[in-house]
Design a protein around this ligand. Structure first.
Ligand code: COA
Length: 332
């Protein structure tokens, strides 16, 4: 039973300056701008190229913006949840580095995987923490530096991914707006289609794993595409049914940005006007855990108090789900 209602009270984001366009990729692998746009909707992605900078750098920039917008002192942050598959190091957790860099010295924190569903799982966890009454202020960050695990000789993956970070501040809601419901799922049978095998305890890094390119993302795109469409549809339907909501009542859909064709299928299924669907895949590509908060960052000015938002994502694992919340502040 929730004691308090949890709400997003600020949003921050960060993308690196360096752009990797489809035309740049044409010079690197056997691909072309037309294929990439028609099959994925992506025109360019951002790449973090500065030596010595990694996921924590992008996350800290996103979190600083969220804290500043809302006038929150980093010392008041109690928990930092960092969703990522590209932590700075295997350990310690990147959440700890982020807290240190922010001066959030009273916070504990942890990293959360779940690939492209990481932010969805992190947001649910953070909201449940707030609802329980145990915590008042939590940062939930989705960040990935996908360029660190992509093989730029593999045209089936290198065209898809980019780097970025998004962050939300969670607080107790001042009214009835905020987090309502989540429908989250996992299926380990999906591991064979989307993974990075090397560098874990199963296949510790060795000359052999590097030779076999096991330290890069592997994806068998077609089965992932099919499972993504059906998983996101089903979870969204469950959320609508469970909350007695009609499709017409949705003000905004915040979909994972993996492929414009997946987003369009979802939009058609929901029979929702395209203007109500947040899209930035054309500019950032798939930033894995960062796609959902980066959508909020881009669209924040258009959000009004009371707007009904449906988040939905699908990722490696497989992991997927949908969240329903109402926006808690007038953003403009
Ligand atoms: N440029 C040009 N041609 C390419 C290419 C590229 N970058 N990548 C693949 N191709 C070719 C393939 O070799 C294949 O050629 P063939 O028919 O001669 O064998 C053809 O294009 C079609 O390949 P296919 O893999 O079937 O394309 P697709 O329409 O499934 O699109 C993805 C590939 C990856 C864009 C798509 O499957 C996808 O988005 N999958 C899901 C991603 C996702 O949701 N991930 C979830 C979380 S990250």
């Amino acid at each position: 039973m929730a004691i308090y209602k949890a709400a997003i009270s600020a949003v921050g984001g960060y993308v690196p300056e360096t752009k990797l366009t489809n035309f740049d990729l044409e010079k690197m692998v056997d691909t072309n701008n037309e294929w990439i746009i028609s099959r994925t909707g992506i025109k360019e992605r951002r790449i973090l190229k500065e030596p010595g900078k990694a996921s924590s750098f992008m996350a800290v920039n996103a979190a600083k913006e969220a804290l500043k917008k809302n006038g929150t002192d980093p010392l008041d942050i109690e928990v930092v949840i960092c969703a990522t598959v590209t932590p700075d190091m295997r350990f310690p957790d990147t959440a700890n580095t982020i807290a240190k860099e922010l001066g959030a010295t009273n916070a504990w924190g942890f990293d959360l995987g779940a690939a492209c569903s990481g932010f969805l799982f992190g947001l649910t966890t953070g909201c449940r923490f707030i609802e329980s009454g145990a915590y008042k202020k939590i940062l939930v960050i989705g960040v990935d530096m996908m360029s660190s695990i992509i093989d730029y000789e593999d045209r089936s993956t290198c065209i898809l991914f980019g780097d970025g970070a998004g962050c939300v501040l969670l607080e107790r809601s001042e009214d009835d707006n905020g987090f309502v419901d989540a429908d989250l799922h996992g299926d380990g049978n999906g591991a064979q289609y989307l993974n990075m095998r090397g560098g874990g305890s199963l296949l510790p890094t060795s000359a052999e794993t590097v030779k076999n390119k096991d330290h890069y993302v592997f994806q068998d795109g077609r089965p992932v595409f099919k499972a993504a469409v059906s998983g996101m549809k089903t979870a969204t339907n469950t959320i609508l049914d469970r909350n007695n909501m009609t499709k017409e009542e949705i003000d905004w859909v915040v979909p994972h940005q993996a492929n414009m064709r997946i987003i369009n299928t979802l939009t058609d299924f929901l029979e929702i006007p395209k203007e109500k669907v947040m899209v930035n895949i054309d500019r950032y590509g798939n930033t894995t855990a960062a796609t959902l908060p980066l959508c909020l960052w881009d669209y924040e000015k258009q959000l009004k108090k009371g707007d009904k938002l449906i988040f939905t994502a699908f990722g490696g694992g497989f992991t997927w789900g949908s969240i329903y919340l109402t926006w808690a502040y007038d953003s403009n």
